[in-house]
Design a protein around this ligand. Structure first.
Ligand code: GDP
Ligand code: MG
Length: 163
């Protein structure tokens, strides 16, 4: 089975930016994969001949019309269910927020393999940016910059390739 990587996190942390980096094109390529439902954004990605599927959550379909929070929460929970691994994206500049704690609680309950990714860490002191997130109690934090592309190869090599 092709591994499924879900990008989960509160709005604006950079999930879609990372999605675009990891997938082959900027537009989500919708994949034909039985068992995956269609209201999250799926992309096909590849690294060193290993293919994987990335799920982006939040901000798709008619979130604006329907009750944004409820729809994002629903999508996030479904994406977690479908994933082999969850990349829990947090904002390395903003620090730990209440909404991160809510997501962390769901992730803990799901017992899904989870890695905390601190985004937006370009040009800032990484150690202090990440120290906040150790309080989540979810192990090591991986610093990246989705928009600048730093840390992305590490992510592919160390986290996605072994799946
Ligand atoms: P999402 O809501 O989690 O999908 O977040 P988006 O991918 O839409 O990004 C939210 C905002 O953060 C946008 O303005 C992005 O340009 C910005 N952003 C994303 N990644 C980075 C990053 O690595 N560094 C910085 N400084 N900004 C970023
Ligand atoms: Mg998004």
């Amino acid at each position: 089975m092709i591994p499924v990587v879900a990008l989960v996190g509160r709005p604006n942390v950079g999930k879609s930016t990372l999605f675009n980096r990891l997938t082959l094109t900027c537009d989500a390529l919708v994949v034909d994969c039985p068992g995956l439902t269609r209201d999250r954004k799926y992309g096909r990605a590849k690294w060193k001949d290993k293919e994987f599927i990335v799920i982006d959550t939040g901000g798709i379909d008619d979130d604006q019309i329907k009750g944004i929070a409820a729809n994002i929460a629903r999508q996030t929970l479904l994406a977690i269910e479908e994933a082999d691994i969850v990349l829990f994206i947090v904002d390395g500049r903003a620090g730990l927020m209440a909404a991160d704690l809510v997501i962390a609680k769901h992730l803990r309950k799901s017992q899904k393999n989870t890695v905390v990714i601190a985004n937006k860490t370009e040009g800032i002191a990484k150690d202090s940016a990440m120290s906040d997130f150790y309080a989540l109690g979810m192990g090591n934090i991986v610093p990246i910059s989705a928009s600048h592309g730093t840390g992305i190869n590490y992510l592919r090599e160390q986290i996605i390739l072994p799946l």
